[in-house]
Design a protein around this ligand. Sequence first.
Ligand code: ATP
Ligand code: MG
Length: 700
Amino acid sequence: MDAGNKLLEGLDPEQRAAVVAPRGPVCVLAGAGTGKTRTITRRIAHLVHRGHVAPGQVLAVTFTARAAGEMRTRLRALGAHGVQARTFHAAALRQLRYFWPRVVDDEPWQLVEHKLRLVGQAAHRVGASTEAESLRDLASEIEWSKASLVTPEDYPAVAARAHRDTPGPPEQVAQVYATYEQLKMRSRVLDFDDLLLHTAAALEEHPDVAGEFRDRYRCFVVDEYQDVTPLQQRVLDAWLGNRDDLTVVGDANQTIYSFAGATPRWLLDFSRRFPEATTVRLERDYRSTPQVVSLANRVIGAARGRPAGARLRLVGQRPPGPEPEFAEYDDEPAEAAAVALRIRKLLDEGVPASEIAVLFRVNAQSEVYEQALAEQDIPYQVRGGERFFARPEVRQAMQALRVAAGAPGEGALDARVRAVLEPLGLTERPPAGGATRERWESLRALVELAEELATALPEADLARFAQELDMRAEAQHPPTVEGVTLASLHAAKGLEWDAVFLVGLVEGTLPIQHADGDDEAVEEERRLLYVGVTRAREFLSLTWALSRSPGGRRHRRRSRFLYGLVPDNHPAALPARGRGRDGAASRASLRDEARRRCRNCGGPLVGTMAVKLGRCADCPSDVDEELLARLRAWRTERARQLKVPAYVVFTDATLTAIAEQRPADEAGLVAIPGIGAAKLDRYGADVIALVNGTFPPDRE
Ligand code: ATP
Ligand code: MG
């Protein structure tokens, strides 16, 4: 079979229709997991392969750096090298750097580095609040305005019409906005939205610039088109001019950035704007099991509003899998501990850590999960792509690779990369845990990138690899590290994992507090849950906790979106009482029944804290205060040496448990929940010596 036909392999008839449609407008309107991203990457590769367009003439855009990176990887795998796949911002940044001298002058400009500081100065000048919180709100509001093409003059009227929850009197917000723009102009810096505005303006106002650009780029593709803002649409229109070689794909039910100005309007109106467009609807869901698909259909089935009008019923194509699990917990740490244990079980069953994700509504929820995973010695990465290339070991490694690239050398790319990284801490087998492990994971991820590049481009050498890393760093596309992903629902869009944990599903968090009372905002929150559910291929867990902290008032209610979803005969559907009623997830945490009785009164232990301490919360504490103080001091020192937060070494609860139970040997130490083999290896000798008063321990 020739390569062209191979590109049509594994496509269903509708996907194929979109792939083979002639150059011109194409719109794929379809639900999650139906193969939209697959379809457009195949379409690009197909057009290139047939010679309808040169790879360099295609510009594919999407909304996150991660998604753009994903697209580049898929395109390369399909043999379409040289296609530009970028975020709107990255594309605009490149174009502007190129055109700027011609449309403005030779004086260079910089991207604004301390945006909040500028907003703060502006707020100060007009007498608005300059508290950190207010400044963040003001900055978001300015971003919304710019994304929505609203000028400071128009802001008060438009904000009123759009029922914006303005961070201060609208007139004052408008003044801050106007002053911010002036300050920015005076210091010759641009913010992210300016990149887009100036790009559009350069093309709109300079026919020579537009001519050159349109000659270079002839074919446009947009993924996740439901999240385009008016500003981005204006850039897209400027790119297109009066041409119509545009392929868009999207799912109106996954619109989750309206708060930032995104609107599914252009997606839903595409065939009105281009009546001759090829429009394709997909409803076969290839990503998820029928169990997950059925839940997704029920979540979005209750939606209202315009996006819901475009709703498609997904039909699951994969073999059946487990039913989604629901579980309720007393408090957040208990929820996180149970999730970590469930993850441990999945890992033991052979699910790779990189195929597991914990998704939450707001980033602050991440911390308790970081802690719970650290306690289980489970590697994880907090999503926020830029962090990978910002890590010191990665910067060090890139520097070393650049130096090595300048020296003569031979051999396979990945072997050479390994050799360069070994002195930096890359070993054959992973080190036990903590900071050295994280460092190792980063280095290993770089080796994987080298392997990936060597497969796609066998002639690639060290210099080419160093260049690839620079490009990725610029586009902030991190490689996948072998760890559980912790990410917000927003950051998870377009991605997929074998196992997904949706956590913290309580009123006030999902829907988020400030959405309450605004029907449209609540609908967006529902779509977020839909996005979350549809990230799972097989295993899906939905959990919530009745109070924030152990022993707190259990006044939280589970999310309204779960009503009718939790099976009626499910224990979590009943009023909450005590532990152990939450089905599989908490059964998994019943590691050792003996550990679950109070060593004081012999009664059952309720709550994570009690389990950890091995006694009821109100049974008298027999903590050795002096020992506890020594343990704390030791922990501070270790954490400082390892450059990790103290809880990564031991949590407060674990320290207290040690100070109460005073384990004299290893057996006593591992009997304390939270202390596994890895912690025993690393800290066991120290802790036992501390307990026995013989610290520091003898070391050979
Ligand atoms: P989202 O709305 O979440 O962005 P999507 O519509 O872009 O989803 P893809 O990511 O393209 O969906 O595809 C989902 C999964 O289904 C991927 O793993 C993809 O490889 C697989 N897939 C897509 N189409 C087919 C097909 N025809 N046969 C088999 N697998 C497919
Ligand atoms: Mg997609």
